[in-house]
Design a protein around this ligand. Structure first.
Ligand SMILES: [Zn+2]
Ligand SMILES: [Zn+2]
Ligand SMILES: [Zn+2]
Ligand SMILES: [Zn+2]
Length: 259
């Protein structure tokens, strides 16, 4: 069995599947995984599903034992378990985030301290909203996330620039007034999960190369983020929030004056 397929099967065995769909399913899975984390062991059902998997797989879990902690005996398997655990904890973190947002929303609505999302018109906690750069149009992170993901995964581009009528090089505000502003980097980082943000960067990079040509592409020496930079600019200010490194375009060292 191919490892990627095996990974998915292990994850499914641990998370479980039901006849539910979408968020409801994820909530059930979240309960199940956090319960087994809390007890430091898996439920009978989870173990049975893993055993079933082991019987149909000749690569993975051949030597698994009943106990979650001690069933790792060989190196390959240890790697597998590590991989799955990392994947699981990433997923747990995103589920926790979602639960927190739901709670924030409840609080905001109860205390009337929220703001109205320009897209779904729900009252949402301000900390879970992102505004467009120039006009301050507020969107809840869920709306921004689904808008951005539809665009980058569905269309493979960042939409049309309303002013130039050409392919936009950044995601534009989707307020119904037809706002021409984009979003700041921090807003995108807040709304998009890592995988989507990477896809966004990739789409933006490809578009930039198409429009600007390879000569104008610079990459941050600190984090590797790539973007188009006007020929007139000598200093590249990395927009990635964890980085913000300023580098010299010519030598790749920290930005220096004189140039
Ligand atoms: Zn919304
Ligand atoms: Zn706007
Ligand atoms: Zn950087
Ligand atoms: Zn330099």
């Amino acid at each position: 069995m191919h490892y990627a397929v095996a990974h998915d099967k292990i994850l499914r065995a641990v998370k479980g599947t039901t006849s539910q769909a979408g968020e409801e399913l994820e909530d059930t899975q979240y309960q199940r995984v956090s319960n087994s984390f809390a007890r430091r062991q898996m439920s009978q059902q989870q173990i049975e599903e893993l055993e079933q998997l082991a019987n149909t797989s000749n690569v993975v879990l051949k030597t698994h034992r009943r106990n979650y902690q001690s069933f790792v005996t060989d190196a390959i398997l240890a790697e597998e378990v590590n991989f799955v655990e990392t994947k699981l904890s990433t997923w747990m973190a995103s589920m926790e985030k979602r639960a927190n947002r739901a709670q924030n929303k409840k609080n905001a609505q109860a205390t009337h301290t929220g703001m109205e999302c320009c897209c779904c018109f729900d009252e949402v906690a301000v900390e879970d909203m992102v505004s467009c750069r120039d006009e301050g149009h507020l969107f809840c992170v869920d709306c921004l996330k689904s808008f951005a993901e539809t665009q980058i995964f569905g269309m493979g581009n960042l939409g049309i620039d309303k002013e130039t009528k050409k392919r936009s090089l950044e995601l534009k505000c989707f307020h119904s007034d037809g706002c021409a502003s984009g979003f700041g980097r921090s807003g995108l980082e807040k709304a998009l999960p890592k995988r989507s943000l990477e896809k966004y960067d990739e789409v933006q990079f490809i578009l930039s190369v198409e429009v600007a040509g390879l000569d104008d592409i610079v990459s941050c020496p600190n984090c590797g983020y790539q973007a188009a930079l006007q020929p007139s600019q000598r200093v590249f200010k990395c927009p990635v929030i964890d980085c913000l490194y300023e580098s010299c375009r010519e030598c790749g060292e920290a930005a220096h004056i004189p140039l």
